[in-house]
Design a protein. Structure first.
Length: 265
């Protein structure tokens, strides 16, 4: 499917840096600096990654046991997301897989196993919640209601912010365990009550299908050319661009990707 799209559209080129072997915190800071994010909260993660050349697809809805995964195909990075998770956890998964793509490519570090997962988690935590930003906004020993208010700043789960605050020394071991227990009792271990509701969707795929529709090409026509069923193709796009497939939705305003995507004449 990607090859079919790539033949017909000019897509953003990969802008994932090769950083050598920095620790995850430093790697996250270096990527943020390269991409001009500073210490501000990360924007729409799907749009951000697409603008930097990452091809975003979804995992089939029946793959609930898989959170996400990433892979390099030649010089092109891909990330596949489980779009049935909460928006906050999906953002963390996207940042986690970005960490794998940057830190574990080329065999410099193990790309599998507990240590690689810990590194990717630490990268995602630092990328989404920069130390300077968290230290500037969150008080030491924050109460649970302050954590729930603070998580909206960085659009992360309450558990992720609690972990980050403990990592940065804002919560003692006892405070960390107590906060996690309180959040679990409130349902934040497996869900995100009163969390974000607007899912971060693909700008690239939406624009591709909008452009094809303007040329009279329907999604079913694309599926036929790919020799798959329309249902199978939708599984790759589930939760990322269903509005485009079904014929509705708004165009995104991410100008970087908007400039980078164009029809091949």
């Amino acid at each position: 499917m990607y090859d079919w799209i790539d033949e017909r559209f000019r897509l953003p080129e990969s802008d994932l840096p090769s950083l050598g072997k920095p620790d995850p915190e430093t790697a996250a800071e270096m990527v943020r600096t390269r991409w001009g994010l500073g210490h501000a909260p990360a924007p729409n993660m799907v749009h951000l990654l697409e603008a930097r050349g990452v091809r975003m697809f979804s995992l089939p809805p029946d793959s609930l046991e898989v959170d996400a995964f990433a892979v390099w195909r030649g010089n092109v990075p891909f990330i596949f997301l489980n779009t049935l998770k909460t928006v906050e956890r999906s953002r963390f998964d996207a940042a986690h897989e970005l960490g794998h793509l940057i830190m574990h490519a080329g065999g410099e570090r193990p790309c599998t196993g507990p240590e690689a997962e810990r590194q990717a988690n630490d990268f995602a935590s630092a990328f989404l919640m920069p130390a300077a930003s968290v230290l500037g906004h969150m008080p030491a020993g924050a109460r649970v209601d302050q954590v729930l208010e603070g998580k909206r700043i960085w659009k992360v789960s309450a558990m992720a912010l609690t972990y980050r605050m403990h990592d940065l020394g804002l919560l003692t071991d006892w405070q960390y365990r107590s906060t996690c227990a309180d959040l679990s009792a409130r349902g934040y271990r497996t869900d995100e009550p009163q969390g974000l509701r607007k899912r971060e969707t693909s700008q690239i795929l939406t624009k591709v299908f909008q452009a094809l529709r303007s040329k009279g090409v329907r999604p079913s026509d694309v599926a036929d050319q790919l020799c798959v069923t329309s249902e199978e193709m939708k599984k790759l796009l589930f939760g990322l661009t269903m509005t485009a497939i079904e014929g509705g939705g708004e165009a995104s305003r991410d100008h970087k990707a908007k400039r980078a995507l164009s029809l091949v004449r």
